[in-house]
Design a protein around this ligand. Structure first.
Ligand code: SF4
Ligand code: SF4
Length: 394
């Protein structure tokens, strides 16, 4: 509240460098929990806050990822979002492409003080026109007049040339920041090499990359670079997209990196309660944990796709990493979205000729054509199972 009033006053009288430093100090005090250890307006405890890079925003040490609430009905989803915020999580991340996730979040936050929340969303647009359509849709669905962090979604492949070209999505994002519709520009990617290049260009305040104890490529360069450039870093898929079931192990591993904010997708409030407890316990990774991680990595080693996309391009245009991750998608998304996201990719995967060009480029030496066949069986069973169940398509 103090910060909100100060911001209004400072805006009214015009900013000076002294004002900016004063605000930064207040925000720092918040992060040390001197001022806002408690959220007085709702009487709930706040999860500890961390400074989110050069944005100078202070966000809860854990974010809320909005993918899984697509599977819930509106009442359930609103309850989950309320519960998560009630736990003191102030950082909410969703995407324009996650069907009704933005709308559900918008309904949940409509009576809440906007300045107490840090809202992040994404657009998968590659051109400026579509970018603005997405942004306006995000603003309307969330019911807000600005979004704190708007990310160019999944800049992982050759399409980045369009994103940064004339009339590309990046131009739109830069204009949206100037117009005050977006506070900070950001991007997400699965391709760490490309992400490093984009980060070095200095256009963004924050980046979101996959990071967990199995997908740990970001630890070597991307996390240190984000720190050096003072960029916020969101750890995408902190539990491997739902496939790493030991929450303690996952969080303790991530807690070694003090400059990152894990962004787990949450479907049940109990999941977030458990995560918040682990985060707040401050427990460190033990020697036993490190051994368990090594054992798990070894077990997953030859069939875990890290989504780096180094195996591309495939001569048959197969979206290999999407195909290899169908279980995560099936676990977290409603049937209709799974089919819409993956239906085409799974059909195209049937054109695999077994040429093994991809396998030669995979740094994790995965047997890609064989894995594709396995995923096709899982896919066929999933579709058949759903049809047999006679469930309403959600
Ligand atoms: S083996 Fe299949 S997936 Fe791999 S490059 Fe060849 S056609 Fe593409
Ligand atoms: S199959 Fe290998 S190269 Fe391709 S995305 Fe997965 S881990 Fe990366």
């Amino acid at each position: 509240m103090i910060v909100f009033v100060l911001e209004k006053v400072v805006k009214y009288i015009g900013l000076t460098s002294v004002d900016v430093e004063y605000l930064a100090l207040i925000r720092r005090l918040e992060s040390w929990n001197i001022i806002c250890r408690r959220n007085f307006s709702r009487g709930v405890r706040n999860v500890d806050r961390v400074r989110f890079g050069k944005t100078e925003m202070f966000v809860s040490k854990i974010a809320f990822g909005g993918i899984p609430i697509q599977r819930l009905n509106v009442t359930e989803a609103v309850e989950v979002v309320h519960g998560v915020i009630g736990l003191g999580v102030n950082f909410i991340d969703t995407a324009n492409g996650y069907t009704d996730s933005e709308e559900k979040i918008g309904l949940a936050i409509k009576d809440m003080p906007r300045h107490e929340l840090v809202l992040a969303s994404k657009s998968g647009a590659r051109d400026k026109k579509t970018f603005f359509e997405h942004l306006d849709m995000s603003l309307a669905r969330l019911g807000v007049d600005y979004i704190d962090l708007y990310q160019l979604h999944g800049v992982s492949d050759k399409s980045y040339e369009a994103v940064f070209g004339d009339n590309g999505a990046y131009e739109g994002l830069a204009e949206a920041v100037k117009a005050g519709k977006v506070r900070f520009p950001a991007f997400s990617s699965h391709n760490i090499r490309l992400a490093l290049q984009i980060m070095r260009d200095g256009k963004f305040s924050a980046v979101q990359l996959p990071f967990n104890f199995v997908d740990d490529e970001a630890a070597a360069e991307a996390i240190p670079l984000a720190k050096e450039l003072d960029m916020g870093f969101i750890a995408m898929k902190p539990f491997g997209g739902g496939l790493l079931s030991d929450a303690k192990l996952s969080i303790r591993y991530l807690a070694q990196f003090d400059s990152i904010v894990p962004d787990p997708g949450i479907e049940k409030l109990s999941e977030m309660k458990e995560i918040v407890q682990i985060v707040e316990s401050g427990e460190k990774l033990s020697a036993g944990d490190a051994k368990s991680i090594e054992a798990l990595k070894e077990e997953l080693g030859d069939h875990w796709c890290h989504r780096c996309d180094y195996c591309q391009p495939c001569p048959q245009d197969i979206a290999i990493s999407s195909v290899l991750h169908i279980e995560g998608m099936i676990r977290r998304m409603p049937y209709k979205s799974v089919v819409s996201f993956l239906g085409q990719a799974m059909e195209t995967s049937r054109n695999c000729t077994g040429c093994r060009q991809c396998a030669g480029k995979c740094p994790y030496t995965l047997s890609i054509p064989e894995l594709i066949k396995e995923k096709q069986i899982i896919w066929d069973q999933y579709i058949l199972g759903y049809e047999k169940s006679g469930a309403t398509i959600l």
